[in-house]
Design a protein around this ligand. Structure first.
Ligand SMILES: [Mn+2]
Length: 272
């Protein structure tokens, strides 16, 4: 059995199929850890991932949540670059959306000491706290999807505080897990930065570079930051290599991280 982590698909289904061939994926034994943002901007892919669901561990990304909001919150507007209409009009739409709704915002495997989230976490969070906060959001999402999806948009609050409550608390957790790239050592989050980490000026830094962050003894697996690209360290695996933007789709064998990453080039037009 092999465990393969794969970066943000965002609808790049042809590249996904090609990557599965390249890693000689076996559905009778292999597990796929997908970093979320399964959908949007690219052509389509949720049906394929859903068909492989017995082999898939994934986490919700910002685009996945946006799809659920478009589907269920009246008045949610499609953005110009959204490519979600095909899923919304699909005959198996309800099956796909209900499956997505059941996905977590963090996957923690204590045995392998791995934690996967879509974007990242703030330096104050331990792995245990992260898993519990992710469960808080998932529970709230399943209890009343429309309420949470209606109120999840927005950049406030900007800083974690244990005493945060209600929708502010849930929004901060969602923003950290699905949108964070940069923060300060004190855990203030900047959700606007999108460029490469070299664009950052102190006190802003990539969330994973904060010295002595409370999660540094666990391998953090994430995507979301295409301008960061592939980063492989003993306690870090960044996997969004920008397939939907014309980059590549990347897979790393989680149990043999010394092995070179497997990549397939994007078939999408280069746009960034
Ligand atoms: Mn994302």
């Amino acid at each position: 059995m092999a465990r393969w982590a794969i970066g943000d698909l965002q609808g790049c289904d042809d590249e996904f199929s090609q990557l599965l061939d390249a890693i000689r994926f076996r559905s009778d034994s292999d597990q796929l850890w997908l970093t979320g943002d399964l959908v949007n901007r690219g052509p389509l892919s949720l049906q394929h991932v859903h068909a492989l669901r017995a082999n898939v561990s994934t986490v919700l990304g910002n685009h996945d949540l946006h799809l659920l909001a478009l589907a269920w919150v009246p008045g949610t507007r499609q953005r110009k670059s959204d490519t979600l209409q095909e899923i919304l009009s699909a005959a198996d739409r309800d099956t796909l959306l209900e499956w997505l709704l059941q996905q977590p915002l963090a996957q923690h495997d204590a045995g392998s000491n791995d934690l996967m989230v879509h974007a990242g976490i703030v330096p104050q969070w331990t792995v245990t706290l992260t898993a519990s906060l992710a469960t808080e959001v998932a529970d709230a999402l399943r209890r009343d999807p429309v309420d949470l999806l209606t109120h999840m948009y927005g950049n406030e609050p900007r800083r974690w505080d244990d005493s945060l409550q209600g929708l502010d608390r849930l929004r901060f957790i969602i923003n950290a897990l699905t949108r964070i790239r940069a923060c300060t050592a004190a855990g203030e989050v900047d959700l606007k930065l999108k460029g490469p980490p070299t664009d950052l000026e102190l006190p802003w830094m990539p969330w994973f570079e904060v010295p002595d962050r409370n999660s540094k003894r666990t391998r953090l697996i994430f995507g979301h930051w295409s301008a960061l690209g592939l980063v492989q360290r003993s306690n870090l695996l960044a996997l969004d290599t920008g397939c939907v933007w014309g980059g590549a789709l990347t897979a790393v064998n989680l149990d043999d991280p010394g092995r070179p990453a497997v990549t397939v080039p994007s078939r999408q037009p280069r746009s960034v």
